[in-house]
Design a protein around this ligand. Structure first.
Ligand code: PMP
Length: 431
């Protein structure tokens, strides 16, 4: 049980003086659920501890990167070893070649990769590359998908923005946004109609093949296949944003899971093992448009940083060696089994939506939604009660109804059982 939050409250007050909203990324401010965010001081395995000494069983995992859990010994050892040799050189290093080789070996259709320092940067760069390679300007994205905070993608984006109820951000010029078209997910007819009219102007269609920023909106394979056909036949590049799903749902991400090969894919989170890393990759002929080989400019002082590369490489190594993706699927199934009776007994409709180690509680009746428009707005109110009940019982979930949860290889069946118990107690309280 939570004891005190004196330290976190004090730090949050100080933070609010010198950092807008007290946070360096908006959803951390807890506006959607209320209360003071705990300031986290350490993590180990599937547990984190805050500045007041409260411990939590963690299902956020830093929003996805920590697929092995917090402070995995092998990742820590590789980071330490790399740090001892120096933190950055701004010159090529061995580890970036090895990480690129791993991504190329793992992901269908990728022949070359470039590393950057965040998911936002990866998608932003992939979009510029697509525009440069096709000579076209129009971008298509989908309502409910989030691709980071680059100007042309903050157009009806999800994630934190969905919570704030804002369709887009101030500061994004209208002319930028007008080059981005937003379509609903799960709607082949809408796709067909759009492509018939505008298909030949489209540089890139960017999609989270497993949309995980507005709940978990699992798409039908036929829908993604239709998207593949239409982009191919109109000469538009299909960009799979696998910043969350890459190396998490399978070694080859959603491309492997669905058997659909995009033209470009973007990565982040897992490939950085908890350090700031992103990457984008694709066919050689497309990637050759990038500087210094081609005219599309893209660069970064800390891109391919040796310490970050070491963390990513160690993470991918452990995942491969320990048959990580199969074990995470087993854990996911265990979560389904443990939660089924708890959710059945809930005072309002709750269902568990899951792909591998990514899960989401859908707080509405009927089948899980597949499009942002199908999410019931009242779910956010129900989530608030769930969130604080769980937090008070030492379970850390994302502070928003629209964010997913993550399992890691550090979670044990006993942790899942503890989660089920805490959820049952919370649900019994919230009526
Ligand atoms: N794409 C997707 C699918 C994401 O989920 C995110 C972040 N959650 C991003 C891009 C942006 O990544 P970052 O926060 O590292 O900039």
């Amino acid at each position: 049980m939570k004891q005190s939050n004196e330290q976190s409250a004090g730090l949050f007050a100080r933070a609010n003086e010198v950092i807008p909203g007290g946070v360096n990324s908006p959803v951390r401010a807890f506006r959607a659920v209320g209360g003071t965010p705990p300031f986290i001081s350490r993590g180990s395995g599937c547990r984190i501890e805050d500045e007041d000494g409260n411990q939590y069983l963690d299902f956020v995992g830093s929003w996805g990167p920590l697929i092995l859990g917090h402070a995995h010994p092998e990742v820590m050892a590789e980071i330490h070893e790399a740090v001892d040799r120096g933190t950055t050189f701004g010159a090529p290093c061995r580890a970036e070649v090895e990480l690129a080789e791993r991504i190329v070996a793992a992901y269908p259709g990728i022949e070359q990769v470039r590393c950057v320092s965040s998911g936002t940067e990866a998608v932003m760069s992939a979009i510029r590359l697509a525009r440069g390679a096709t000579g076209r300007d129009l971008i298509v994205k989908f309502s409910g998908c989030y691709h980071g905070h680059a100007d042309h993608l903050l157009v009806a984006a999800g994630s934190g923005l969905a919570t704030f109820g804002e369709p887009s951000s101030a500061g994004v010029p209208g002319p930028f946004a007008s080059l981005t078209r937003v379509l609903p997910l799960d709607d082949e007819e809408g796709l067909d109609a759009f492509f018939q009219e505008f298909g030949d102007q489209v540089a890139a269609v960017v999609i989270e093949p497993l949309p995980a920023n507005n709940g978990l909106l699992i798409q039908r394979r036929q829908y993604l296949e239709r998207l593949r056909e239409l982009t191919r036949s109109h000469g538009a590049l299909l960009v799979f944003d696998e910043v969350i799903s890459g190396f998490r749902v399978a070694r080859g991400g959603c491309a492997e899971l669905y058997g659909i090969t995009p033209d470009l894919a973007t990565f982040g989170k897992v490939i950085g093992g908890g350090m700031p890393v992103g990457a984008f990759g694709g066919r050689r002929d497309v990637m050759q448009h990038l500087a210094p080989n081609g005219p599309v400019y893209q660069a970064g002082t800390l891109s391919g940083n040796p310490v970050a590369m070491a963390a990513g490489l160690a993470t991918l190594e452990v995942l491969e060696r320990e048959d990580g993706w199969r074990r995470l699927e087993d854990l996911g199934m265990a979560l389904e089994e443990a939660l089924a009776p708890v959710l059945d007994a809930a005072p309002f409709p709750v269902s568990l939506v899951r792909t591998g180690s990514i899960f989401w509680l859908s707080l509405q009746p009927g089948p899980p939604p597949r499009a942002a428009e199908a999410i019931d707005g009242a779910a956010a109110d129900r989530y608030r009660a769930l969130f604080s009940g769980l937090q008070g019982r030492g379970v850390n979930m994302a502070p928003s109804a629209y964010e997913v949860g993550f399992l890691s290889l550090a979670h044990r069946r006993s942790d899942i059982a503890a989660f089920a118990t805490a959820l049952a107690e919370t649900l019994a309280e919230v009526e």
